[in-house]
Design a protein around this ligand. Structure first.
Ligand code: AMP
Length: 421
C-alpha cells in the first residue's frame, strides 16, 4: 500500500516555509503593536465545547468535525480557535484578574470539508480575541488592525464587508421574518436551504446556490429590524471606522458559518480572482454570550480568524533571497577536524555553515558546493593547513582568494556586509 498524506492535508516543505514565516512574523508584529499576546491551547478539545459554542445546527458541527472516542472521552480536533481560547480564558479565571484581555493564536484547524483550491481539511489560521470590551470602538480598531496587516503583506485587492446581527431579541425577530419570507417560497429553495428553514434560517443567506441567492437578494434585511441599542452600536462602528479611513462596504446579508455571533460581523474578501470561490480571506465578529453560555460571567468578546493558505495564494510570489551561507569543503582527515572547528566559529559569529562530510576529492566537492545554493565555499586541504590559510571561493562572482586562517571571519563579514548594502 502506498502511504500518502491524508486527503485535504498538505505538507509544507522547507523550500516553501520562508513565505509562511514572513506571514506569521508580520501577523505577530502587527497584532502585538495593538497589545495582543499569544495563547497556545490544545489541538484536541472535548467535543461538547464545539457543539455548545459553535452551534449544533452549523455545517461545522453537523458534518465536518474530526471526532473520536479515547479513554471514555469524546474528543474533537479543533475546527476553529475561538472556542478553545474561550475555554482557557474561563478555566483560568482570567476575567477575575484583568478586565480586558487581548489574545492571539496561530495554528492548524481541522474540518472535513470537500477539498478544493483554498479549501483543505487541515488548514492554518491566525486569529485574535478581545475579551471584556463591548465595542463599538474596539470593533472598529480590530477591523482597522486587519486592514493594516493585509496592507503590510502587500495585499491591496481586498474588500472589507461589515454587518450587524443584532442581539438575541433582534436575532429572534429576524429569524421569524426570514421564516415568514421563505416559507411561501420554499419550493424555490435548494434542498439544503429548505432543511435550514426549520433549523437555522439565517444560514440560507450564506447559500452558494444560484436560485437561493436570487431569493436572498429580496429577503428582508436585518438592518431594518435592529433594536435601538443594536442600531446605536452599528452606527458607532461606522463612525469609528471612518477615523482611520478604513474602507468598507455594508452587506446586510452577510452571515458567517458559526452560530455564536452577535452584533458586529465582518469578512475580508479577496477581489483579485486568485482564490476563485474560496475568496473569504478571513472574518469574525462579536460573540458576547459565549463565555456565559460556557458557564462564566457575562463577558463581551470579539474576534477574527484568517486563513493562512488563502492569504498565501493571494500574495505575490517573492524573489528568493540569496542565502549568505558557507559551504566548508575539507579534503582529508586532518582538514575535516579543522573544518568542524571553523564551522563552529562561523556559527558562533552568526554565519550559517555546512560541512561536506563525505571526504572526497575537490573535483567532486566543488560541483556540490556550486549547486548547493551557498554563497561561499571554503576549501581546506593539507596544503592550506600547512600554510595557515584557506581557499575562499565566492560562488556568486566566481572569484577566489586565500586569506590567512584567522582573517577568514573578518573577510567573510566584509563580503556579506557589502551584500547587505
Ligand atoms: P471561519 O473560522 O469559518 O470563520 O473561517 C475563517 C477563515 O479561515 C476563512 O475566511 C478562510 O480563510 C479560512 N478557512 C476556513 N475554512 C477553511 C478550509 N477548509 N480550508 C482553508 N481555509 C479555511
Amino acid at each position: 500500500m502506498e502511504l500518502r498524506a491524508v486527503k485535504g492535508m498538505n505538507d509544507i516543505l522547507p523550500e516553501e516555509i520562508g513565505r509562511w514565516h514572513r506571514l506569521e512574523t508580520t501577523f505577530r508584529r502587527v497584532v502585538e503593536l495593538y497589545g495582543y499576546r499569544e495563547v497556545r491551547t490544545p489541538i484536541v478539545e472535548p467535543t461538547q465545547l464545539f457543539v455548545r459554542s459553535i452551534g449544533e445546527a452549523t455545517d461545522v458541527v453537523e458534518k465536518e468535525m474530526y471526532s473520536f472516542r479515547r479513554h471514555d472521552d469524546d474528543l474533537t480536533l479543533r475546527p476553529e480557535g475561538t472556542a478553545g481560547a474561550a475555554r482557557a480564558y474561563l478555566e483560568h479565571k482570567v476575567h477575575a484578574r484583568e478586565p480586558v484581555s487581548r489574545w492571539y493564536y496561530l495554528g492548524p484547524m481541522f474540518r472535513g470539508e470537500r477539498p478544493a483550491r483554498g479549501r483543505y481539511r487541515q488548514f492554518y489560521q491566525a486569529g485574535a480575541e478581545l475579551y471584556g470590551e463591548a465595542g463599538p470602538l474596539c470593533d472598529a480598531e480590530m477591523i482597522d488592525m486587519l486592514a493594516r496587516f493585509l496592507q503590510q503583506l502587500g495585499l491591496h485587492q481586498v474588500e472589507v464587508l461589515i454587518n450587524s446581527l443584532g442581539g438575541p431579541t433582534t436575532r429572534q425577530r429576524y429569524r421569524q421574518a426570514l421564516v415568514d419570507f421563505f416559507t411561501p417560497r420554499a419550493d424555490q429553495l435548494s434542498d439544503d436551504s429548505r432543511r435550514r428553514l426549520e433549523k437555522n434560517p439565517l444560514r440560507i443567506l450564506d447559500s452558494k446556490a444560484a436560485s437561493d441567492q436570487a431569493l436572498c437578494a429580496e429577503a428582508p434585511s436585518i438592518l431594518d429590524v435592529l433594536d435601538d441599542d443594536d442600531q446605536a452600536h452599528f452606527d458607532g462602528l461606522r463612525r469609528y471606522l471612518d477615523v482611520p479611513k478604513t474602507p468598507y462596504r455594508v452587506d446586510p446579508r452577510l452571515v458567517r458559518g458559526l452560530d455564536y455571533y452577535t452584533r458586529t460581523l465582518f469578512e475580508l474578501r479577496g477581489t483579485g480572482g486568485e482564490l476563485g470561490a474560496q475568496n473569504a480571506l478571513g472574518g469574525g465578529g462579536r460573540y458576547d454570550h459565549m463565555i456565559r453560555e460556557l458557564g462564566g460571567p457575562d463577558t463581551p468578546c470579539i474576534g477574527f480568524a484568517l486563513g493562512l493558505e488563502r492569504l498565501l495564494l493571494a500574495m505575490e510570489p517573492e524573489p528568493i533571497a540569496q542565502a549568505g551561507w558557507v559551504y566548508v569543503a575539507p579534503l582529508g582527515e586532518a582538514a575535516q577536524r579543522e573544518a568542524l572547528r571553523l564551522a563552529t566559529e562561523l556559527r558562533e559569529a552568526g554565519i550559517e555553515a555546512r560541512v561536506d562530510g563525505r571526504g572526497q576529492k575537490l573535483n567532486r566537492m566543488l560541483p556540490r558546493a556550486s549547486s548547493s545554493g551557498a554563497r561561499f565555499c571554503v576549501i581546506l586541504g593539507d596544503g592550506e593547513l600547512e600554510r595557515g590559510i584557506v581557499a575562499l571561493k565566492d560562488l556568486a562572482t566566481h572569484t577566489q582568494e586565500e586569506p590567512a586562517r584567522d582573517r577568514l571571519l573578518p573577510r567573510l563579514r566584509e563580503l556579506l556586509g557589502e551584500d547587505a548594502r
